[in-house]
Design a protein around this ligand. Structure first.
Ligand SMILES: C[S@@+](CC[C@H](N)C(=O)[O-])C[C@H]1O[C@@H](n2cnc3c(N)ncnc32)[C@H](O)[C@@H]1O
Length: 188
């Protein structure tokens, strides 16, 4: 069976993330991706996770504590647009994941936005290791979502093919605007 964009994002991460790696969860939310990444990098790795909402940081902290995965994570209650100030530019990042949209069952007005998403991508690209991946799962059914989808699509399309492979994955016959996945892979 073809898998959902969310499930496929996990497959794309599992294919490349190794023990000891440094990785980024750009939109922590309830910490599902943070937990997956923390498991993959192990105790010798490092996950930087960002979210602007205290509720998200607390939920993620709780999840990681239960799973004994807190040690290899840095949880930051700040926007991913600050990534360039937090992660040294000498750090090699194996993978980063974004789930763009709003936190389910929470305030639908706190959404990711095109300008800050772009800023985070610009800080990530030079830090990405060869063969490293940035994965964006874009939910766009809410107000403001179409603008962000447009930014991500345009940003990905203009990346030079000499340096990056870029993939999109989407179901084109489904109702209710299922998320669209983008994967940017740096060429060796
Ligand atoms: C779709 S949810 C993420 C879901 C998450 N991956 C999970 O496992 O639950 C999007 C999240 O992005 C957060 N967010 C909004 N603006 C942000 C920003 N500038 N930087 C980081 N996170 C942001 C929201 O607070 C929300 O929790």
């Amino acid at each position: 069976m073809l898998t959902t964009a969310l499930h496929f994002s996990h497959t794309l991460l599992k294919e490349i993330v190794q023990v000891g790696d440094t990785v980024v969860d750009a939109t922590m939310g309830n910490g599902h991706d943070t937990a997956l990444l923390a498991e993959l990098v192990g105790r010798t790795g490092q996950v930087y996770a960002f979210d602007v909402q205290e509720q998200a940081v607390q939920a993620t902290k709780h999840r990681l504590h239960e799973l004994h995965l807190l040690g290899q994570t840095t949880l930051l209650q700040q926007g991913h647009e600050t990534l360039g100030q937090v992660i040294p530019d000498t750090t090699d990042i194996r993978a980063a994941v974004f789930n763009l949209g709003y936190l389910p069952k929470s305030d639908k007005h706190i959404i990711t936005k095109p300008d800050t998403t772009k800023k985070a991508l610009e800080a990530l690209l030079p830090r990405l290791r060869p063969k490293g991946r940035i994965i964006l799962v874009v939910y766009y059914g809410h107000e403001g979502g179409a603008d962000e989808l447009s930014l991500v699509n345009d940003y990905c399309q203009q990346l030079p093919q000499e340096a990056y492979n870029v993939l999109t994955y989407q179901f084109i016959n489904q109702r209710n605007q299922p998320p669209i996945l983008f994967c940017i892979e740096k060429k060796p």
